[in-house]
Design a protein around this ligand. Structure first.
Ligand code: ADP
Length: 576
């Protein structure tokens, strides 16, 4: 029979006994077998036909302009769906671009798989200088949960099953799958290929804590004078929304959502102490961490953010996380749904003391009042708070909206002003506090969740992934990007005292980001007041089409390093 090494892109892989198939088809068949519906990526040698075959076989392929953005979309898809998001990249530079997102996904505990084509092993391993030569497997290993290479077409099914299992189970994370071009093009008997496929059963099995561990935790919470629950993005990821809510409402425990856990319970919930955060952390005596790490975002569990002697109870799927910072008095190792079910069975023994709830309530009301004053100030030129008030007012009536948020000041301030009411509807800079995730996350929210999406972006942060506006327009996604444009990194009034070059923090003054999307057929708005912003955002959301609102912010508004000034070692911070 004629063995055709070109991929069979026009239809399903042949299945008769004498039929042949190839690596491209086997990859797609293995993904389909495991329920994968979407691949995010950038095509090129040697993976273009993976995308073509995927499309022909009914998978959705979303083609990006840069691999990092495709990777960030896959990572966000993992967070939103609790199943690994898939990213397809070309060899060497494309692989490295995608690896940034895979590392970021691993850091954030999002399940993701990056499949990359690579060049010929026999040339790469002898370093003979191939097209885009690189030992990608070795390069990926330090940054990911696991990395595998497929050297035989008959191993593709095993490799994809292993990748899905590894990315999803235990602490979720990023898996790298290296497939050399020769393996993708390898032709084999279709029956042998079909027999090599595997279906992953129960990718993230439930894991319950022991009754003794639950008793220990309940005893601590029951005896607490000032208990607090911190909900992290692991809690949002776990999709145990009603179980968590039942426990909190039965016990009356005050809770504090980390930024991507906002909306797990509505931010307006009477037990939320987000508006009394500093006091809640500083004064709590027993703290239940639900899918939240005691990393830098929580001051490592130490004074001055926390009281000396505070006792932590930690729910986490990864036992290695416990005691990585402050001592954990009561570990609860297991998946959040199972652990919360076990806690619910003992909820009647816990009752948050009335006086502590009252104290937090008073602080919350006081802080809300001063925030309301800041938001009410109408300055011209517009400042961050004026713009955020307008966005908040529109989104208050649009609870279905996914909010993507990145920047320095744009992140710090929006996080506190924009309330969320629906779980897993906020995606932001995450554990690394990274810039550049914006358009990738927005695209994933539109593709996986159906949108609508509002991305609240600092002008500097937006620049990292702005070319994906073309992707947003090409796929006609319901994404509205609001660029809080103060003309600089942190702020736009930087000075260079020694030469005509712009200062390091200066970006193009008076840049018109709205015109970028017009190049691709989307709608641009240019606004200078909160009222104009509110009207533009309402109109853009109603129209459902892609839009960019360039929102002119006073260049003197903004703090260097945002809320992280203490991490900036330079004595020049703030002087520009
Ligand atoms: P945040 O930044 O919101 O505080 P982190 O990313 O620091 O949240 O913490 C998330 C934690 O949740 C990680 O330690 C991770 O191991 C854990 N986690 C993720 N999924 C689950 C799950 N299903 N069950 C239990 N723990 C989980």
């Amino acid at each position: 029979m004629n063995v055709n090494t070109t991929p069979l892109i026009d239809g399903p892989a042949p299945s008769t006994a004498s039929a042949r198939t190839d690596g491209y088809h086997v990859v797609v068949d293995a993904l389909k077998r495991n329920g994968v519906e979407t691949i995010y990526g950038v095509v090129g040698i040697p993976v273009t036909d993976v995308a073509r075959v995927a499309q022909a076989q009914g998978l959705r392929y979303i083609g990006f302009r840069h691999e990092s953005d495709a990777g960030h979309a896959a990572a966000a898809a993992g967070f939103l769906t609790k199943r690994p998001g898939f990213c397809l990249t070309v060899s060497a530079p494309g692989f490295l671009n995608g690896l940034v997102a895979l590392a970021n996904a691993t850091t954030n505990c999002f399940p993701m798989v990056q499949i990359s084509g690579s060049s010929e092993r026999h040339i790469v391993d002898l370093q003979r200088g191939d097209y885009e030569e690189m030992d990608q497997l070795a390069a990926a290993k330090p940054f990911v949960k696991a990395a595998f290479r497929v050297n035989r077409v008959t191993d593709i099914g095993l490799a994809i099953a292993r990748a899905i299992r590894t990315a999803s189970s235990g602490r979720p994370g990023g898996v790298y799958l290296d497939i050399p071009a020769a393996v993708l093009g390898e032709v084999i008997d279709a029956d042998a290929a079909a027999a090599s496929l595997r279906t992953v059963v129960d990718a993230a099995p439930e894991q319950s804590p022991s009754p003794a561990a639950v008793d220990r935790a309940v005893a601590l919470l029951a005896g607490a004078e000032r208990p607090l629950v911190v909900l992290g993005k692991g809690a949002a990821y776990a999709q145990a929304d009603s179980t968590i809510r039942r426990f909190l409402e039965a016990t009356g425990l005050p809770f504090l959502p980390m930024s991507m856990a906002k909306g797990l319970l509505p931010d307006t919930h009477p037990q939320s102490v987000a508006a009394a955060r500093s006091m809640a952390l500083r004064d709590a005596d027993v703290v239940l961490l639900v899918g939240a790490r005691l990393n830098w975002l929580l001051g490592h569990g130490e004074p001055p953010q926390w009281a000396p002697g505070v006792k932590f109870i930690q729910i986490d799927i990864d036992p290695g996380e416990l005691d990585s910072n402050a001592p954990i008095a009561a570990p609860l190792v297991g998946d959040i749904a199972s652990v919360m079910e076990a806690l619910n069975e003992r909820a009647q023994f816990i009752d948050a003391p009335f006086r502590w709830r009252e104290q937090l309530g008073e602080r919350r009301a006081r802080n809300a009042e001063s925030m309301a004053k800041r938001l009410a100030a109408d300055s011209q030129p517009m400042r961050f708070y004026g713009a955020l008030r307008a966005i908040r007012d529109v989104l208050r009536d649009r609870r279905d909206v996914y909010v993507v948020n990145e920047g320095a000041n744009a992140l710090d301030l929006a996080r506190n002003v924009i309330d969320m009411s629906v779980p897993r509807h906020r995606l932001d800079s995450g554990t690394w506090g990274v810039m550049g995730v914006g358009m990738g996350y927005a695209i994933a929210a539109a593709v996986e969740g159906g949108g609508p999406v509002v991305a609240i972006e600092g002008d500097s942060a937006f620049g990292f992934s702005a070319m994906e506006l073309e992707t947003i327009c090409r796929y006609r996604l319901p994404v509205v990007v609001v660029v809080l444009n103060n003309g600089g990194v942190y702020r736009g009034d930087g000075q260079n005292p020694v030469s005509p070059d712009p200062s390091p923090t200066t970006l193009m003054p008076a840049a018109r980001h709205d015109r970028l999307i017009e190049a691709f057929g989307g709608t641009g708005y240019h606004v200078t007041t909160p009222a104009e912003l509110g009207t533009a955002l309402t109109e853009a959301l109603t129209s459902g089409g892609p839009a960019v609102i360039d929102c002119v912010i006073d260049p003197t508004d903004g703090t260097e390093s945002g809320h992280l000034t203490h991490l900036n070692p330079t004595g020049l911070a703030g002087t520009n």
